[in-house]
Design a protein around this ligand. Structure first.
Ligand code: CA
Length: 206
């Protein structure tokens, strides 16, 4: 069944309206994460530049080449999930959000930023530090920095990942300590025997 002309025009108008709106960050998410995590969170959570998309610094709108502006336009048209956006003003996490949710849903979520983390794939872990993106978002840590994460979660993850090496090191250390103690014990026993049976002077020997 074909799409009627009025609906097509309405959809096109909606796309144009969304794609022509002023370019700016979505500070509602940043404010929510900062407030509820107690951590300082800037625009670098989702954008290339920590001051956001507007300006002439690298990663901001004023510095984009014509090809990058065209890529930006394609990314901004990714209204539905799965659009494979590659916005030059967003980092990998920002593009991941658009990929997973679509811009329409993200715009809606500005009114309920507390729901964003819960809508991300549970297993998604862009920096492969073992802490899912959703957990990092809720904790206010950066989903693209392996060394930045909830301390206890990172400790548990690293403990699990390095447990075999840790057990080997403990076994090697225990074995070394046991061997050294046996060696010292042998020296001590030999010294005691020497004291118990003193060597007679040369003139007293048979
Ligand atoms: Ca992570």
């Amino acid at each position: 069944m074909g799409v009627s002309a009025p609906f097509l025009a309405l959809g096109l108008a909606a796309v144009l309206l969304l794609s022509r709106q002023p370019v700016h960050a979505y500070p509602e998410f940043q404010r929510y994460v900062a407030t509820h995590s107690g951590r300082a969170v800037n625009c670098a959570l989702c954008h290339v530049h920590p001051d956001g998309p507007e300006g002439t610094a690298p990663g901001q709108i004023g510095r984009l080449t014509p090809a990058e502006l065209a890529e930006l336009g394609r990314a901004r048209a990714a209204l539905a999930p799965g659009g494979h956006p590659a916005s030059p003003i967003l980092n990998a996490f920002g593009n991941h959000l658009v990929e997973q949710l679509g811009r329409t849903r993200l715009l809606e979520l500005r009114l309920a930023p507390d729901r964003l983390a819960g809508l991300l794939p549970a297993q998604s872990d862009l920096d492969d530090d073992g802490v899912p993106d959703a957990v990092e978002l809720a904790a206010g840590t950066h989903p693209l920095r392996r060394t930045d994460g909830p301390p206890w979660a990172l400790f548990v993850v690293n403990l699990r990942r390095n447990l075999p090496q840790l057990l080997l090191a403990l076994a090697a250390t225990g074995s070394g300590v046991w061997g050294l103690s046996r060696l010292l014990h042998g020296f001590a026993a030999r010294a005691r025997r020497s004291v118990a049976t003193p060597v007679p002077p040369p003139g007293d020997r048979p």
